[in-house]
Write a protein that binds this ligand. Structure first.
Ligand SMILES: [Zn+2]
Length: 411
């Protein structure tokens, strides 16, 4: 779509990669709302900034992801810095102490939707990469992706495209200065119960799909009580969340019931193994189906559309991942980051929430870690904010981190 030879780019004022400019840019991005699928304006503003910062090959791919390269000096393998362009809805503006799109710095915090998830870290990563042009031991790919808040279609398509080939990925989701090495994934499944609809006054002529629900709920609960655990990530968890009954009428016997299951999964889980386990558990509970009734277990699906018009019907599945805490990328990252207060290496731990690292590491097996300022407790709330002093510290650590993981990936 755009090969980076935009004649306007030459007229842009070059930007100095300083923390103050990064913070101002973060504030400006917060002022541009961008829900999942509506990231166009954020993307074009970011592209402009990457060009002004002197990144090479700056472009927006067909999915709407924004990509640029900070060219390194040596032949260390490329590292990729990644944040996402979308934010979650801001909700009722009157509930915010500071207006959600102000991007204001007040009382030592950058405020607003996206300040920590994730426009603040996005600006820091982008500027940190620019500060390493001609200095990093290898190329630093800056790739900020769409639709992360809806399961990561942007990252999925970026990695499938083969347009980037990083040896290591650093995700800018909040770690509060720690080094994060993984998280559980999430899958949404549906159990569809089918019968024959009829008038409630004549039950003999119908087959009530609700008749299967009790046994299916028992089967799901039993499966939920027998989940595997990971020593670092903890146990997987499975729970039934909603029931839709069709037709939805109090004097009609329903022929369709859809039970939704929310499953927080471990990195080893995939669609097929999840589906199999639910089917087995139901089969154990209902060895012989009553005549006229049936059930189906399937992944929940959603049709997603990027702002560039790409459509994909995708399973609601976000992979998990976990790096070995002794992996050279992890140990070198922890050493390079250090601690904001006190001596020693950074704390190494998993995230509690899911990120696009599930795609890069869980699916594509690229060593992936997370590092960013910000307390995850503020994410998706109307008190979202980023501590400026912590952000400045994180910004200063980024070049050390990138250099360390590039060297570790080269060995
Ligand atoms: Zn995020």
């Amino acid at each position: 779509m755009d090969c980076g030879h935009d004649p306007n780019a030459l007229q842009l004022m070059p930007k100095e990669p300083s923390f103050e400019n990064a913070l101002a840019f973060a504030g400006e991005l917060i002022g541009i709302p961008g829900l999942p699928g509506e990231e166009r304006e954020v993307a074009s503003r970011l592209k402009e900034e990457m060009e002004a910062l002197g990144l090479s090959d700056v472009h927006i791919d067909d999915t709407g992801n924004v990509i640029g390269i900070a060219t390194g000096t040596g032949d260390a393998p490329p590292a990729m810095l990644n944040c996402h362009l979308d934010v979650v809805a801001e909700g009722d503006h009157s509930e915010w102490e500071v207006p959600p799109f102000s991007g204001e710095v007040r009382d030592g915090f950058l405020h607003g939707r996206g300040s920590m998830d994730i426009k603040g870290p996005l600006a820091l990563q982008t500027y940190a990469a620019a500060s390493m042009i001609g200095q990093a031991p290898g190329d630093v790919i800056v790739a900020h992706t769409v639709l992360e808040e809806r399961g990561g279609l942007g990252m999925k398509r970026l990695l499938e495209s083969g347009n980037v080939d990083p040896a290591v990925v650093i995700i800018g989701e909040a770690t509060h200065g720690d080094v994060c090495i993984g998280h559980r994934g999430r899958a949404e499944l549906e159990v569809v119960l089918t019968g024959l609809a009829g008038h409630a006054s004549a039950p003999d002529r119908a087959r009530n799909a609700l008749d299967l629900l009790g046994d299916v709920l028992v089967a799901v609960r039993e499966l939920g009580e027998n989940q595997k655990a990971d020593p670092v990530l903890g146990p997987a968890s499975l729970i039934a969340t909603t029931v839709d009954v069709l037709p939805e009428s109090r004097n009609v016997i329903p022929d369709k019931v859809v039970l939704a299951l929310d499953w927080r999964i471990l990195p080893c889980d995939d669609d097929d193994s999840l589906l199999d386990r639910v089917r087995c558990s139901i089969k154990r509970q209902i060895p012989l189906l009553p005549e006229g009734l049936s059930y189906e277990v399937r992944m929940a699906k959603e049709l997603q559309t990027t702002y560039t018009g790409i459509q994909e019907e995708r399973s609601l599945f976000t992979p998990g991942f976990l790096m070995d805490s002794e992996h050279p990328v992890v140990t070198s990252a922890a050493g390079a980051v250090g601690r904001r207060r006190g001596e020693g290496e950074a704390v190494v731990r998993p995230w509690l929430f899911a990120t696009d690292g599930g795609w890069s590491c869980g699916i594509h097996e690229i060593p992936t870690i997370g590092f960013a300022p910000g307390e995850e407790g503020f994410a998706h709330t109307n008190r979202e904010r980023l501590n400026v002093e912590e952000a400045q510290w994180g910004y200063a650590r980024y070049p050390h981190l990138v250099t360390a993981v590039q060297r570790a990936a080269a060995d």
